[in-house]
Ligand binder design. Structure first.
Ligand code: ZN
Ligand code: ZN
Ligand code: FE
Length: 739
């Protein structure tokens, strides 16, 4: 296929080749692309989908030219990983070029991710002469639902939730016509034959304007929508959803409107406008939104319309700014079924806008942070799943089940890793059910039976129990080891690395509470070179929700325990906490970096009690204006990094000054820590993993600081650095078992 460039040079000889294409080549308009190309070049033959991708035979005088043009003119959503052609015997009788029916067999291909409605479809949507004028389910080969409507591979209409809709003659004609944009677009539909909404866009808009909360069925689940400028609607939504402070995302019509509420540079614009249409966390601007959309945070999650219905809504009300939050009452998984939504959202939604196209697979909106220099995944789901991540080697299939919070699972097939969509915190039965469904569905669409299952060291995690009861060889993986391995897997690094893993909690091999670790990772093994100095965690787990307790632990550590009750006089438990630590009762200790953030928050009086996981660090980060370094704020001895001097310095400080000092000093201390280890070990690559790296100052700052020391920092780019990417790290370690 190489070597052809320039105008057509007529080969004289007729040749025939059999061509195999692997990658994302099903459901993206690949076969029609091949058929059109072949006809244009006067070739005969056939093409079909099969379990490995696309297979074809082509014959004629311009076969080599044809092969060169396949990748060059590939449809926008296609991704060619491999194209292999081999000459075969010429057929004497063949005429014309045909698209043959799919051949089934062991699946080796993947379903594409869901895609935002394309420009051409949008034009039709608002064209009064088009037969799909204002039809909320129009789509074509270049856009529309994919993963969320598909039961199994190959990706064909009977395997999707469109199977119950019988195509009308007009749709059938488009579906069968290789020159049509809807040729083999599996979800093709029109007002005559396709899905219907229960409520018009106009009616939804009218209700939202009247202050109602409307449950709107979307691509991967229901959203709860309300007017983001109405204090009353937003606070009612909070009260009904029992979500006191967690931030809500908003949807607006276009980039111009985004700029009225948030800072949005060109790169952020590209992410917002990408085919996946994620929620992007941008710095807030202006005062037009209700005050408690994202309380105390400097960012707001913004997304642009991605279904035809969204566009119809914003056509009715171009200036609208809507809260569009996942309809997941009680932090359970997103509602997807109509009856299920009616039941679970009763008492939350005033009205329901549903449709009769079933959502087969639940997928939340993806969330990406734009730091000004890089993007960081906060949540990876709709629009990205089931896209694979390429690994530097192949192995028998592995299933990795993640840990507990923000969980995902990962399945490997050959040299590809398939990370599931965000599942959530596994602390309720509904999320555990979703976890099991996800494992089953992912294994099903990949047609993989795992040889090995990898899981966290924690024996009490539901994921661990699930893994050990599967009856296949199970590989326990230390949590922070997995965080570092995750980064290595993404970057294809097989050589030894240093790793800094910073998060809230992970179990060490002797049941310790870890979370600020300096590791050396080599093959499937790791060595703990150092850790953050331990702090007491008075009350154990409770301390992770009550930053004031971590602040009390710092006071105790400084010999200032007598200040605890005075400083935290709002907490009746303050006296007990002091005595507990004095007597060393019920106070486990931790090397967690998350708890260090909590302690800083508690000492600065910013947030004594947290409402949701990660709230304290997010608020502290929101206060940062410009990180500053406090010299002498830390010490390093025997691998232990101690920041107690910094923490002491925060007492009685202004919160903004404190946040600046905390971030700047932490970054410099971590960089020096890594540099010491690099010096001793001779390893210059430093992988940064764990939920703390969702913090943009920490992430960008540490990368910069390590580079200044001539080290080579690596961060996760294709999946979340948090526990949302952990399963990939577990899988990678299991793949390398024995190394
Ligand atoms: Zn389209
Ligand atoms: Zn139709
Ligand atoms: Fe973690």
């Amino acid at each position: 296929m190489t070597g052809w460039n320039g105008p057509a040079v007529a080969d004289t000889a007729i040749t025939r080749q059999r061509v195999r294409v692997r990658g994302v080549v099903q459901g993206v308009g690949f076969r029609p692309h091949i058929a059109r190309l072949a006809r244009r070049l006067g070739l005969s033959g056939w093409v079909c989908n099969d379990s490995e991708g696309v297979l074809m035979e082509v014959q004629g005088a311009r076969v080599s030219e044809f092969l060169a043009m396949i990748p060059r003119e590939a449809p926008p959503l296609a991704r060619i990983d491999e194209l292999v052609a081999a000459p075969i015997v010429v057929s004497a009788t063949e005429t014309g070029f045909a698209i043959q029916p799919s051949r089934t067999g062991p699946a080796g291909t993947v379903i594409p991710a869901d895609v935002a409605v394309c420009e051409e479809c949008l034009r039709e949507l608002f064209d009064s002469s088009d037969r799909r004028h204002l039809y909320p389910f129009l789509n074509c080969t270049h856009c529309g639902p994919r993963y969320t409507i598909t039961h199994r591979v190959p990706y064909d209409r009977p395997h999707t939730s469109m199977s119950k809709f019988k195509m009308c003659a007009a749709c059938k004609h488009e579906y069968m016509d290789p020159d049509d944009r809807r040729y083999h677009a599996e979800p093709v539909a029109c007002p005559q034959c396709g899905p219907q909404m229960s409520m018009s866009a106009g009616e939804i808009v009218r209700r939202i304007r009247a202050g109602e909360i409307v449950a709107v069925k979307g691509l991967g689940g229901f959203h709860l929508a309300c007017d983001a400028r109405s204090e009353d609607a937003v606070s009612r939504l909070r009260a009904r959803k029992n979500r006191e402070q967690k931030p809500f995302a908003v949807m607006v019509r276009d980039i111009e409107t985004v700029r009225t509420i948030a800072e949005c540079d060109e790169s952020a614009e590209q992410i917002l406008l990408g085919a996946a249409r994620p929620i992007v966390l941008l710095r807030k601007r202006g005062e037009s939104l209700a005050s408690d959309i994202a309380p105390q945070l400097a960012w707001i999650g913004v997304m642009l319309p991605y279904t035809p219905l969204h566009h119809l809504i914003f056509a009715e009300d171009p200036d609208a700014i809507w809260v569009m939050t996942s309809a997941n009452p009680g932090d359970e998984p997103l509602a997807i079924g109509n009856e299920e939504a009616a039941r679970r959202l009763a008492g939350i939604a005033d009205a329901f806008a549903w449709h009769d196209r079933d959502i087969v697979v639940r997928a939340d909106d993806s969330v990406i942070r734009w730091t000004g220099t890089t993007s960081i995944f906060v949540r990876r789901a709709r629009g990205f799943v089931p896209g694979s991540i390429r690994l530097p080697r192949s192995s028998p299939p592995v299933l990795a089940v993640g840990a507990h919070l923000k969980n995902t699972v990962c399945v490997t097939r050959g040299n590809e890793a398939f990370l599931s969509q965000h599942i959530g915190d596994m602390d309720n039965p509904a999320t555990y059910d979703f976890f099991r469904e996800t494992v089953e569905h992912l294994l099903g669409i990949l047609d993989v039976r795992p040889d090995i299952v990898a899981h966290d060291l924690h024996p009490d995690f539901l994921s661990t129990r699930f893994a050990t009861e599967l009856g296949i060889p199970a590989v326990p993986v230390q949590h922070h080891h997995a965080h570092i391995a995750h980064v290595c897997a993404e970057h294809g690094i097989e050589s030894p690395v240093l790793g800094i893993a910073l998060d809230g909690f992970g179990l060490g091999p002797r049941n310790e509470s870890w979370g600020g670790e300096l590791l050396k990772v080599e093959g499937s093994r790791y060595e703990r070179l150092g850790h953050l100095a331990y702090l007491q965690m008075p009350g154990g787990d409770v301390a992770s929700r009550e930053p004031w307790r971590m602040a009390a632990a710092v006071l105790d550590r400084l010999g200032r325990a007598d200040e605890i009750e005075r400083r935290f006089d709002g907490f009746p438990e303050a006296g007990i906490v002091r005595r507990m630590m004095a007597g060393n009762v019920n106070a486990s200790s931790t090397s967690s970096c998350g708890r260090l953030f909590d302690a800083a928050c508690g000492l600065l009086g910013v947030l004594p009690k947290a409402d949701y996981e990660g709230q304290a660090p997010m608020i502290l980060e929101s206060l940062v204006t410009r990180p500053e370094v406090m010299s002498g704020g830390w010490s390093i001895a025997d691998g232990v990094l101690d920041l107690v001097a910094l923490l002491e310095n925060l007492i009685n400080r202004d919160p903004i000054e404190g946040a600046n000092l905390f971030h700047g000093t932490l970054i410099e201390a971590l960089a020096e820590w890594a540099a010491c280890a690099a010096e001793k070990s001779g390893i210059r690559t430093v992988a940064l993993g764990g939920g703390c790296f969702v913090n943009s100052f920490l992430s960008d700052g540490l990368v910069r600081s390590l580079r200044q020391r001539n080290l080579c920092p690596l961060v996760a780019r294709m999946s979340p650095p948090s526990d949302g990417g952990l399963s990939l790290g577990q899988a990678w370690i299991a793949m390398r078992a024995g190394d």
